[in-house]
Design a protein around this ligand. Structure first.
Ligand SMILES: [Zn+2]
Length: 436
């Protein structure tokens, strides 16, 4: 049983053609459900002059209007508690998660009993994709308070792993669990995985030798898909890093990295992906960067039709050597964090890509965006490793050159600090200070 390659072989390896046929049938029903049961969707489709019956093939989805976070929030505030994007009565809703509210009022994401079961089945699939098996001991180190990633632990439990519902606790407490229970898998953010490993070392625990962690699942930041960042965390822990991607508006994780570690497989039987140019709103070809747009296919409590995630990335629909046929997504960062410098799009993750892996610096960094003569420029702060004796000016020059090679533009200034001067993240790292 545990030697099987896939959690759900039939679905995960469905030929592309059959998968798209399934998506078409499912979406046709889903559009009807949204139009017939949600006040918002009825109004939005009517205003756009489209009906669910106008949808005959996947490309027809482009006729339907987009939704985005602000609309979601406005509709919720206008019709509390759940807003009028929901397509079921509140009686059918058994669970709601809330977004972190970092940009205002938290938005709620409702689930029916069946939505929740399917959500957990996708979580089991994603854990299995990252190599988690019933023989594993799994530490869920994500927030349990209203956060959509909290219940993901049920997916690991349904898979058969021994699950430790730890949540976000102080590092000493978490290290105690890692030492005493010797778990093999943990899920956290990349910056916290780094911070926790460093904290362990300071306490005389070598994460690579004294702990049993073999798999580190990360999400919430770009680092898990940046090879040099993964390498640094892996060397610290003697473990393998797998990146997951989720959004509070849909599932705790929607996509997961397989053993090939080249992009994240999206659960395409539940979520349809489009990539659009955020300015023209037109689709961009596969492989080209654009805003990721998701449409749910089965989540009935609140259908999400063409939800603009605000994340920039690419999609690859080629089959993966692992045998899975579901598209792989690659996330570069938040549209809000994108800097347009001399006409070039630069993400904090591009800068991270450029500076990780250099010996003379620690890998910690902070970007400050400024406006100068009506143009966006950016400064980058890095830290010289305490083990390095290299001149700070020479480090600054090297880092600047690496960033130029990676992004096509040079930072205005690279400031080299001493090790430990930049703040360490215990949850999600704040890498960009926007002074524009
Ligand atoms: Zn794969």
């Amino acid at each position: 049983m545990s030697s099987k390659l896939y959690w759900d072989e039939k679905i995960e390896t469905l030929p592309r053609e059959d998968l798209e046929k399934y998506q078409t049938e499912q979406l046709s029903k889903h559009l009807e459900l949204a139009y017939n049961n949600s006040g918002y969707y009825r109004e939005a489709f009517d205003n756009a002059g489209v009906k669910p019956s106008d949808f005959k093939q996947l490309s027809d989805l482009a006729k339907f209007p987009f939704v985005h976070k602000k609309m979601e929030r406005d509709r919720q505030l206008a019709k509390p508690l759940l807003g009028d994007m929901v397509a079921v009565s509140e009686e059918e809703v058994v669970f709601v998660s809330a977004s972190s509210g970092s940009t205002g009022v938290p938005t709620l994401s409702p689930f029916t009993h069946q939505d929740f079961q399917e959500f957990q089945d996708v979580q089991s699939r994603n854990f299995w994709t990252a190599g988690v098996r019933p023989s594993d001991r799994y530490v869920h180190a994500l927030n349990f308070t209203l956060f959509v990633g909290g219940p993901d632990v049920i997916g690991a439990q349904n898979l058969g792993a021994l699950c430790l519902w730890v949540g976000t606790v102080p590092s000493e407490r978490l290290l105690y669990v890692l030492k005493e229970f010797q778990p093999t898998v943990i899920w956290t953010t990349p910056s916290y995985a780094w911070y926790l490993g460093e904290t362990a070392k300071k306490q005389g625990i070598d994460p690579a030798k004294d702990l049993a962690i073999k798999t580190i699942i990360v999400a919430g930041e770009a680092g898990g898909s940046i090879p040099a960042t993964r390498d640094a965390i892996e060397a610290l822990w003697n473990a393998k890093v797998f990146d997951f991607y989720g959004i509070s508006d849909i599932f705790g994780s929607c996509a997961a990295m397989c053993s090939e570690r080249n992009g994240l497989h999206l659960a395409e039987d539940h979520i349809l992906v489009e990539v659009i140019n955020p300015e023209t709103l037109q689709p961009v070809p596969d492989g080209q960067r654009g805003e990721i747009v998701f449409t749910t296919l089965r989540k009935t409590a609140r259908p999400m039709i063409r939800f603009r995630t605000g994340d920039i990335g690419t999609v690859n629909r080629e089959p993966c050597p692992c045998g899975r046929t579901h598209a792989r997504i690659y996330i570069n960062g938040r549209l809000d964090d994108m800097l347009i410098v001399s006409g070039v799009n630069v993400f904090p993750s591009d800068i991270e890509f450029a500076i990780r892996g250099a010996n003379e610096i620690t890998g910690e960094y902070r970007i400050t965006a400024i406006t100068e003569n009506f143009t966006t420029r950016f400064n980058v702060e890095v830290e010289r490793s305490s083990s390095s004796t290299e001149d700070k000016n020479s480090i600054a020059e090297k880092v600047s050159q690496k960033i130029k090679t990676q992004t096509g533009v040079k930072p205005k200034e690279v400031i080299v600090l001493d090790e430990g001067e930049l703040p360490r993240a215990t949850h999600k790292a704040k890498r960009l200070v926007d002074l524009r």
